[in-house]
Design a protein around this ligand. Structure first.
Ligand SMILES: Nc1ncnc2c1ncn2[C@@H]1O[C@H](COP(=O)(O)OP(=O)(O)OP(=O)(O)O)[C@@H](O)[C@H]1O
Ligand SMILES: [Mg+2]
Length: 269
């Protein structure tokens, strides 16, 4: 069994508004192994983004613990990729990727050569001098992932990174991410509402319940299932995951599911 890169133990988060405490998630236990992609699914509002923020150190837990069994420098543990690429429009691709290294914790951590080699690895060399408004949505999101990966974080957290892309671009981005993950040995947690995407990308898929969210089930995938879109094994697993999703929703609550997932459930896929 691979080493555990990140361990979340009995984690809980509640927000207090006007003296009233609202639990977001509770009793979350999660291990992420080095070199794996963990896909995290769950209904809207169950706390997926909040959990990622806590792992990234951008928000505090109300209870429980996040630990890093492999140790390492706290400042370079996590890189985050958001739904929107968030590139600076006045900087070129090269400068945007370099920006990842300009934050204080990473200053001086890598040279120009490392930035250029990451850009090449990401298939972006021809766009190195391009500006964000000259990029397609998929290219911009690749730059955004490159900007994160160049800092060499122990774990990359991706919060619905491809949900703003059209289906074909999205599929090619998924293929691309698997290639990058395998060549660089990335460890990643990806939040998605798309069960197909979770089954295609995940070495494991974990599902959270509605708020206050907790991990209700997880599935381990074999590489062959992951690699073959539409294979029988992948389809069976997808059905099982969607059935679990359905079981989480009380009658009449389908609308609280993210639109993508509820469409998949409604279609009975
Ligand atoms: N800073 C905050 N203050 C108060 N409540 C918050 C704050 N941030 C998030 N919440 C609440 O926490 C809950 C979980 O939000 P979160 O964004 O983590 O959900 P999510 O699972 O990522 O949902 P989605 O799938 O729609 O992105 C929501 O009810 C949200 O309103
Ligand atoms: Mg979210």
């Amino acid at each position: 069994m691979a080493a555990v890169a990140l361990r979340v133990t009995d984690a809980a988060k509640a927000y207090v508004n006007g003296g009233h405490e609202t639990p977001v998630f509770s009793r979350v236990d999660l291990d992420v192994e080095s070199g794996e992609i963990l896909a995290l699914l769950g209904p809207s509002g169950c706390g997926k983004s909040t959990l990622l923020r806590a792992i990234a150190g951008l928000d505090e837990l109300s209870g429980g613990e996040i630990s890093w069994p492999a140790g390492g420098d706290a400042a370079s543990r996590v890189g985050v990729v958001f739904q929107q690429p968030l590139l600076l429009p006045w900087l070129t691709v090269l400068e945007n990727v370099k920006l990842g290294l300009r934050y204080r914790a990473h200053r001086g951590a890598a040279d120009d050569e490392a930035v250029r080699s990451t850009i090449a690895e990401f298939g972006l060399s021809e766009l190195i001098e391009a500006y964000p408004d000259e990029l397609s949505g998929g290219q911009a999101q690749r730059v955004s992932v490159a900007r994160t990966v160049v800092t060499n974080p122990q774990i990359v957290l991706l919060d619905e990174p491809f949900s703003a892309l059209d289906p074909l671009t999205r599929a090619s981005m998924q293929d691309w991410l698997v290639g990058i993950q395998q060549s660089l040995g990335l460890t990643a947690v990806i939040v998605t509402h798309d069960v197909d995407e979770a089954v295609f990308l995940g070495d494991r898929v974990a599902m959270m319940s509605p708020a206050p969210g907790t991990i209700v089930q997880s599935w381990r995938l074999d590489r062959a299932t992951r690699a073959e879109r539409g294979s029988q094994a992948a389809d069976e697993l997808k059905r099982e995951i969607l059935a679990t999703y359905r079981g989480l929703e009380r009658p009449g609550q389908l609308a609280s599911m993210p639109a993508e997932t509820s469409a998949q459930v409604a279609a009975g896929v």
